[in-house]
Design a binder for this molecule. Structure first.
Ligand SMILES: C[S@@+](CC[C@H](N)C(=O)[O-])C[C@H]1O[C@@H](n2cnc3c(N)ncnc32)[C@H](O)[C@@H]1O
Length: 397
């Protein structure tokens, strides 16, 4: 454990990592006094006094981000009734800014390519309202299962579907066929070979299929195992009433330019060095683990390659004229600006966009124009890098 210039005890591995990446440990000076943030569930505005009484502290509005409030760092909300009843969410204000940068409009079909545990996914669903859909993808099944629990807790499951899948190869587009949602109601009553309303109990046929796939003995079942695993779908997510072929239909790159997602969020896996709270979790698992599992991945390029692949695939699934946000909670240039530059050099139809909602945000410019960086010292939030892209219309023609 080393003392930094700011007198904050940080693990040696972390200090070395900051040095290697040209990051000033001084930005973590304020990390122990950083506020916690909560987002109010829309419709709960009249309950603020009740929530304050419940969590025993005042909710201070975050002036630059609507529906967000700051709390003193030592306040714990997890055991409060307001949290258990789904009136408030624990989410950092910088994460909220990344979602706001997407400019979600009602009716949008949104892809969240690294969705778990789901704080941003919930915010997207709240902004979406009663139309459109959200597809959440994550490679970690247990984390996505926690996301499903969160959707149910906040009553946000209706327009969402969740797939366990590798976001670097995920290929499913949203279901834009409105006739299908019309068909839903009647099909629910009929016995046809289509998705019925989701239940936590897996039908016998699906269990048998999965078991066969594990055995790997049959080509038919092996193909079934290669598909992304749908672990949840809401009634209006574009799944209920569809056949398996309809949900798993794949489109050509030129078709994706019209039937792809309106908005894509790639909140990529990263070293999490922007969040000192995350780094400190390794005190329990051992600093060696932090060194081996987190920082060495970046040194060997495996992490930055993954980030580039996630960004590229998210962009592939974006429709022409749509918007994509790439964010990480790392502050290193290699995981952010360098990934963005490499991506732009490989994708002629990608264009960086100004984040027009950012006028009053307490952040700095990134090292390439139009990108933003939140850091604990400047923003009083966790660290976050945000870049916004659009897909130029000629893509795929
Ligand atoms: C920074 S977290 C996402 C946080 C999430 N957006 C939220 O707001 O709660 C990164 C996520 O990426 C997932 N991940 C890592 N590799 C992936 C891959 N190849 N495909 C999809 N998800 C991946 C991890 O399991 C992890 O849940």
């Amino acid at each position: 454990m080393a003392n930094t210039a700011s007198n904050i005890p940080l693990p040696d591995a972390f200090i070395d990592f900051l040095e290697e990446n040209g990051l000033d440990p001084g930005i973590y000076t304020a990390c122990y006094s950083l506020p916690r943030y909560v987002r109010l569930k829309p419709g709960c505005d009249s309950l603020i006094a009740e929530i304050e009484a419940n969590i025993k502290c005042e909710l201070n509005p975050v002036v630059w981000l609507s529906n967000f409030f700051s709390l003193p760092p030592d306040i714990k909300i997890a055991n409060s009734l307001a949290y258990k009843e789904g009136k408030i969410y624990g989410i950092d204000a910088a994460s909220g800014a990344a979602v706001m940068a997407l400019n979600i409009s009602p009716g949008d079909h949104v892809l969240d390519l690294c969705a778990a545990p789901g704080a941003k996914l919930c915010m997207i669903l709240d902004l979406l309202g009663d139309s459109g859909s959200v597809t959440g993808v994550d490679i970690a099944r247990h984390r996505l299962a926690a996301c499903r629990t969160m959707l149910q807790k906040y009553a946000l499951s209706d327009r969402c579907r969740l797939f366990v899948a590798d976001g670097t190869t995920f290929s499913l587009t949203p279901n834009r066929d409105i006739s299908i949602s019309k068909r839903c109601e009647s099909i629910l009553e009929e016995k046809v070979d289509s998705f019925q309303e989701w239940t936590s109990k897996r039908p016998w046929k699906a269990r048998k299929c999965a078991a066969k796939a594990r055995e790997g003995s049959s080509l038919q079942f092996a193909l079934c195992s290669g598909d992304p695993e749908l672990i949840f779908y809401g009634r209006h997510s574009g799944v209920v009433g569809c056949t398996r072929e309809e949900v798993y239909r794949k489109f050509s790159i030129s078709d994706i330019s019209w039937c792809g997602y309106d908005k894509v969020l790639v909140d990529a896996e990263c070293t999490h060095d922007g969040s000192i709270r995350h780094v400190q979790k390794f005190e329990y698992w051992g600093w060696q683990t932090l060194q081996r599992r987190v920082f060495e991945a970046e040194r060997t390029d495996s992490l930055t390659n993954l980030q580039l692949k996630l960004l590229s695939n998210g962009f592939r699934l974006l429709k022409a004229g749509g918007a994509l946000i790439y964010s990480t909670c790392s502050l290193t240039v290699s995981q952010n600006e360098e990934v963005v530059e490499k991506f732009l050099s490989e994708n002629a139809f990608a264009e960086l966009q100004e984040i027009d909602t950012s006028e009053n945000w307490p952040c700095k410019n990134g090292q390439i124009p139009k990108t933003l960086r939140f850091d604990p010292l400047t923003s009083q939030t966790s660290g976050l890098f945000v870049a916004k892209f659009t897909k130029l219309p000629s893509q795929g023609k």
